[in-house]
Design a protein around this ligand. Sequence first.
Ligand code: PEP
Length: 251
Amino acid sequence: MSPTIIAGNWKMNMTVAEARDLVTAMIPGLEAVVEVVSVVFPPFVALEAIGGLLRSTDVGLGAQNLHYEDKGAFTGEVSASMLAGLCEFVIVGHSERRLVFGESDEAVGRKVEAAQRAGLRPILCVGERLEERESGSAEAVVERQLRWGLANAGSPDGLVVAYEPVWAIGTGRAATPDDAQLMMAHIRATLVSVYDAAAAADVPLLYGGSVTADNVAEFMIQDDVNGALVGGASLVAEGFVELVRNAAAVA
Ligand code: PEP
């Protein structure tokens, strides 16, 4: 069975000093919840400092993005091999990367491959826009993103997939748990067709989009939901710890 993972994506928030304060305030509460793997995703510039603070804890660390090339003339970019010594996870294909920075399905697939090659655990994000849901193409869109994302992937070991409907991110309007489960079942079925049933069952599937301490349990009790990718609610220590605790209560 997949372990429960609660991932906190801090996005472009927190100076290094603020990030240190935030994670220091979270560590005791997160460490007390042994049923859940908690992972934080600070900005690149804080990874080393936060890694130092997490070194003797069970709290995981990840980056928010990477470039698929290993090195070269790509000003401002960070490669998988640069991250490999700093953290374990990396978010790939977040909808903000796809929509604000124009990341293509193909680029996302190359990033998943680069992450795996460097021994990082990619969290491959997929999710439809509101107009795609309203036109009935949500499943097709998510399946296309998933297949491109895994086009060059190696073994599913270490892979995590996050379903994040774009219209639910940062809006306070989460998907219903039933709708999230329907999409997760479709994602699981697609993974079975890419890998096999046993391997697909081991890939943790995270729901993301306006998850809070109040609603996390409703998602966690769905058959194919193994955790959550959390944005806004991961930026306040007590709130994030409570969210992790509430997820553990039904894990
Ligand atoms: C996200 O950015 O991945 C996210 C899920 O954000 P929020 O929890 O704020 O909706």
